[in-house]
Design a protein around this ligand. Structure first.
Ligand SMILES: Nc1nc2c(c(=O)[nH]1)N[C@H]1C(S)=C(S)[C@@H](COP(=O)(O)OP(=O)(O)OC[C@H]3O[C@@H](n4cnc5c(=O)[nH]c(N)nc54)[C@H](O)[C@@H]3O)O[C@H]1N2
Ligand SMILES: Nc1nc2c(c(=O)[nH]1)N[C@H]1C(S)=C(S)[C@@H](COP(=O)(O)OP(=O)(O)OC[C@H]3O[C@@H](n4cnc5c(=O)[nH]c(N)nc54)[C@H](O)[C@@H]3O)O[C@H]1N2
Ligand code: SF4
Ligand SMILES: [Mo]
Length: 704
């Protein structure tokens, strides 16, 4: 039996797996068996629990297998034919556009969509709907790191090189990442580094599974990483550890940053962050003393109203130590979603055209319009960012219809109750999904999509390596691919140009659209990806080898130099006070993925992490008279949530942690603060002020 080589449906590590027909395939059992691949460098034969159980997603009991519509807002969703569903959607979209203009219709995408789908979704919005109102959940993910990397290096491409480079690093500083839970097989690269004598430094307010494997753990107050990074740079400069030759040859703007970090003397930074001065000294010594070193950030440092500046502070540190643009060293962001990297390159962002082009750049508009067969003037301008878009839905000047592919904002967006109200104010909500997610359950039309094992396409992993997703089985009878759905809607809307639904044909068009852009895929083909085990972008020609390590010769800025940008500590948007005296931070656990729409339906994962919980320190729990396992009500200025107490010394006494994977009143996002970063428009998921009290009953968790 020949298996189908492909990659995991979940996170950006994109672990390689083989799917083969299961010997006892039956309606009750997954139709394919998963075996890890050892020819894929990212996972080298490893998988996490989510990858091992991924095939169970294909046969979850409430999988969507027919389109659903409801006749009125209060009527139940009922099965209908594809023609009925698509005719209704196209008809209502036309009506809204005629009555209110093209921006009355909005589109929301996801970083889990293949490159082909993300590209087609962006084209569909601009060409078939002519709306500027499109954005996606990546805005909630790595947008601050992308903005900071763009500002410093002129290009945003996740890791600075192949993930296997980490094993040869002498030191890795990981700020705000819990990879032991969020990308378990990634840990083998860090373990290999430590086995070879390298040091791992983890910055996290919690002593996580990752921090426990570190040589050094810095445990700052949430929202103070910028001060910490400036403090580390202050120490490096004070102790003569900066790489002066590199700074002179490869960067600009250093003097302003030197002045800016002058006031971040160690005692002051200890007061702001809570990190003892000796630990800061040790961290700087380890980083500066290594021949090769990496500074990495993940969501803990990035998901703040000052996230772009915080990442900038870490990039400044890396630049002063001479790391970026040197083989085997550098700054990197750990991209999160399966196609979080490619999904941010091909036009589902409000301000973007394919190839990481800006939608307000006349040359970019002309190039892409030519590929799409339309006039440049017909393309809309930039639209609203994700949270601003969700907040405008149904408002007097906002969109009145939303088409949603690949996100579950009822659970995952900040201040989720307010977003729920906006969704309810729409004239038309259309959701394409595999399962009745909490957002799909509120839709007027639900379109059942094919899943990862049932479709082909490309995904770009956290290294910037473009990979093939290969179809192993046919989707259930009533299910269609997202590409087919978009093509059928485009046809019904009389959209100009071509609307192929074959992924390889779409990719050929994407290659042309991206040619000459920052994220140039024009030299990548399906054949090359298969033969070469993936191709790193940029790859501007068929005979170009791809670019595993950008910036070796020059940065992607006009003068080829990286830019230092001075930044200052502001602290969280919402601080604690007498009414809300505790900091809340949010994040993930190993066995659940994102809004949980998928993983809450996989029995082994639901058993491992059955419901919402809040982690709190024994001192805080004692003061509040909360015992381990008790039901707790957590309140913020936005609302209240219910969770079970998990008492642990692994967290700071002034901070509690709640994962965001559950629905209903167990949603962490009933509490979170939607304050946005001014540059990236990232919401402040990682810190807000709350109070806790014992609750009479445990959270009622909706699993289905
Ligand atoms: N199991 C699992 N894996 C996943 C996902 C999932 O949902 N579940 N999602 C995928 C996606 S899309 C993403 S984006 C990645 C995210 O991957 P990570 O960034 O590793 O995940 P998080 O748990 O959101 O945040 C990491 C850590 O940040 C810490 N933190 C909180 N506030 C702060 C702060 O102010 N400063 C610092 N330095 N740290 C802070 C938290 O305590 C947490 O341990 O994971 C991917 N992998
Ligand atoms: N409090 C708090 N909130 C957070 C975060 C946090 O750390 N704390 N992290 C944020 C981050 S980093 C992220 S990435 C977001 C993620 O949050 P969401 O955007 O809600 O992501 P998912 O839960 O993965 O939702 C994807 C939905 O689309 C479906 N889907 C998956 N793939 C496809 C596809 O190819 N086609 C179609 N049609 N549907 C598909 C899935 O079944 C699921 O219902 O959450 C953000 N929210
Ligand atoms: S680490 Fe990510 S890609 Fe790998 S098996 Fe787990 S969820 Fe899948
Ligand atoms: Mo993410």
């Amino acid at each position: 039996m020949i298996g189908t080589p492909t990659h995991c449906p979940y996170c950006a590590l994109q672990c390689g797996m083989i799917l083969s027909a299961a010997p006892d395939a039956s309606p009750a059992a997954p139709p394919v068996e998963v075996t890890p691949r050892d020819d894929v460098p990212a996972n080298q034969g490893g998988l996490c629990r989510k990858g091992w159980t991924a095939a169970e997603l294909l046969t979850v009991p409430d999988r969507l297998t027919a389109p659903l519509t409801r006749k009125s807002r209060d009527a139940p969703l009922e099965p209908c034919t594809w023609d009925e569903a698509l005719d209704r959607v196209a008809g209502e979209l036309r009506g809204l556009r005629d009555a209110h203009g093209p921006d009355a219709v909005a589109v929301f995408g996801g970083g889990g969509l293949t490159n082909e789908k993300a590209y087609t979704l962006g084209k569909f919005a601009r060409v078939a709907l002519r709306t500027s109102q499109i954005d996606y959940n990546g805005r909630f993910c790595m947008s601050s790191a992308a903005a900071a990397a763009g500002r410093a290096f002129g290009l945003d491409r996740g890791l600075p090189g192949p993930v296997t480079d980490l094993a040869a690093s002498g030191a890795v500083l990981l700020a705000g990442g819990n990879t032991a839970e969020t990308m378990p097989p990634f840990m083998r690269h860090l373990t290999a580094m430590r086995d070879a004598g390298g040091a791992l430094i983890v910055v996290d307010p919690r002593r996580t599974a990752t921090a426990r494997q570190a040589d050094l753990h810095l445990q700052p107050l949430p929202g103070t990483d910028l001060a910490l990074a400036n403090g580390l740079l202050h120490l490096a400069l004070a102790e003569g550890m900066a790489d002066d030759a590199y700074i002179a040859a490869r960067t600009t703007g250093f003097d302003m940053v030197r002045t800016a970090v002058n006031s971040y003397w160690p005692d002051r930074v200890e007061r702001i962050t809570g990190v003892p001065v000796p630990l800061m000294r040790e961290a700087v010594g380890l980083l500066a003393g290594a021949d090769r070193a990496h500074v990495l950030t993940a969501r803990g440092a990035e998901q703040h109203a000052g996230g772009t500046d915080t990442v900038t502070a870490f990039i400044n540190l890396a630049l002063a130590l001479g790391l970026p643009g040197r083989a085997g060293s550098g700054y990197g962001c750990l991209t999160g979603q399966g196609n979080g990297q490619g999904g941010r390159e091909h036009g589902q962002k409000a301000d973007q055209l394919p190839g990481y082009r800006r939608i307000d750049d006349p040359a970019a508009r002309a190039h892409v319009a030519r590929v799409w067969g339309v006039e440049p003037d017909s393309l809309p301008g930039p639209g609203r960012s994700a949270h601003e878009l969700l907040s405008a839905l149904g408002a007097p000047s906002g969109p009145r219809a939303l088409l949603l592919f690949g996100s579950n904002p009822v659970v995952s967006s900040p201040d989720a109750a307010a977003v729920e109200e906006r969704l309810a104010a729409l004239d038309l909500l259309v959701v394409a999904d595999f399962v009745p997610s909490e957002t799909a359950a509120r839709a007027d039309v639900v379109l059942p999509s094919a899943q990862w094992a049932e479709e082909s396409g490309t995904m770009t992993n956290l290294e910037g390596r473009v990979l093939r997703r290969n179809r192993a089985i046919a989707p259930p009878g009533g299910v269609r691919t997202d590409l087919w759905i978009l093509a059928e809607l485009a046809r019904r809307l009389d959209a100009p140009g071509q609307w192929p639904d074959d992924p390889e044909t779409v990719f050929a068009e994407l290659r042309r659209a991206s040619a000459g852009g920052a994220a140039d895929y024009s030299g990548i083909t399906y054949g090359r990806i298969e033969r070469e085990g993936g191709v790193f972008w940029p790859c501007p020609a068929p005979d170009h080898p791809g670019t595993p390590r950008p910036f070796l010769d020059r940065f992607a800025t006009p003068d080829g130099r990286a830019r230092f940008v001075p930044v200052g500590h502001r602290g969280p948007d919402e601080d604690v006070d007498a009414d809300y005296p505790v900091y809340l931070t949010t994040g993930r656990v190993l066995a659940q993925y994102q809004s949980g729409a998928q993983t809450r339906r996989v029995p082994a994962l639901a058993e491992a992490e059955p419901g919402p919980f809040v982690e709190l320190h024994p001192d805080l729990a004692g003061r509040l008279e909360i015992g381990d396992g008790d039901a707790v009500r957590i309140r913020s200025r936005r609302g209240a949530a219910l969770a079970t107490a998990r008492i642990t010394e692994a967290i700071r006494p002034d901070t509690v942690f709640m994962p965001f994977h559950w629905a209903g009143e167990g949603r962490a996002n009933l509490l979170t603060n939607p304050a946005l970063d001014p540059v990236s428009r990232m919401p402040e998921f990682k810190v807000c002020a709350v109070r806790l009290e014992p609750a009479p009953r445990p959270a009622a968790v909706s699993v289905f």
